[in-house]
Design a protein around this ligand. Structure first.
Ligand SMILES: Nc1ncnc2c1ncn2[C@@H]1O[C@H](COP(=O)(O)OP(=O)(O)O)[C@@H](O)[C@H]1O
Ligand SMILES: [Mg+2]
Length: 238
């Protein structure tokens, strides 16, 4: 569903942010990408979303090249950013309504919005509360519910658990597993090795624009993922 083929990005100022990255995320799979700040995780996501164009290679969504047919490719993907962009003076429901309509969904009722907010575990009293009163965890849940309304087969998440307290992070994990159960393909960048270990079918480690390690669930459960990660971080780049 999501496929990076020799995906490469050199920014205008000459920085090689991504150097021939290859990976695939199939239906019902969660792929977690680890890596220090500046490793290239957000660049990877931005290429799938065609916020930027690749220098070389391809980012395919459902087999569609996101830089050649961006509008078609975007039909199959939802995106939740690190700091979900929501309107502070709108209520949770009004935010959902705004983004649903922006995405072309015009037949959603108040009850539909309430149903999806319940699904992500947002408390009832938050449904009609203004966004500016929300905690980070609540905003993140609303971000996920916006993605769920679109009901795209692929979901890209950029550091979704950064800044969440342990309870919110655990709730978030449950939502991810629900989505996986529904057959979604999930690509998530994260610093949270613990969370990656619990949900990921596959884990990658990026370093200075290169994918230096990739392990299946079976493989990383047999090894010590924290140690692997630290070993790769310490190694001088070849
Ligand atoms: N718009 C940009 N212009 C130039 N360089 C950028 C831009 N965005 C990111 N970079 C650089 O690309 C590299 C990868 O960044 P990024 O993809 O944001 O990493 P990560 O999300 O893993 O922290 C870094 O060296 C960063 O400074
Ligand atoms: Mg980033």
């Amino acid at each position: 569903m999501l496929q990076a083929i020799d995906l490469t990005k050199r920014y205008e100022d000459g920085i090689l942010a991504l150097d021939h990255i290859n990976f695939e995320v199939k239906e019902g799979e969660i792929f977690c990408m680890l890596g220090a700040n500046g490793a290239g995780k957000t660049t990877t996501i931005n290429l799938f979303l065609n916020f930027i164009d690749p220098t070389d290679g391809q980012a395919l969504i459902n087999g569609i090249d996101s830089s050649k047919e961006p509008l078609e490719a975007k039909k199959y993907v939802s995106y939740v950013s690190e700091n979900v962009m929501l309107y502070g003076n709108f209520t949770a429901r009004q935010n959902l309504d705004f983004f649903a309509k922006l995405g072309g969904k015009t037949d959603m009722t108040k009850e539909d919005y309430y149903a999806v907010m319940r699904q992500v575990g947002l408390q009832e009293k938050a449904f009609e509360a203004k966004l500016k009163t929300f905690s980070k965890g609540m905003r993140q849940k609303l971000g996920i519910s916006i993605a769920m309304i679109k009901d795209a087969p692929a979901i890209l998440l950029d550091e979704p658990t950064s800044g969440l307290d342990p309870k919110a992070s655990a709730e978030f994990q449950k939502i991810l597993l629900d989505l996986k159960e529904k057959g979604k393909s999930i690509f998530m960048s994260t610093h949270d090795i613990f969370r990656a270990k619990t949900v990921a079918d596959r884990v990658g480690i990026m370093k200075e624009g290169r994918l230096v390690m990739m392990r299946t669930r079976e493989e990383f459960l047999e090894e010590n993922l924290e140690k692997l990660y630290l070993d790769y971080m310490q190694e001088k780049s070849a």
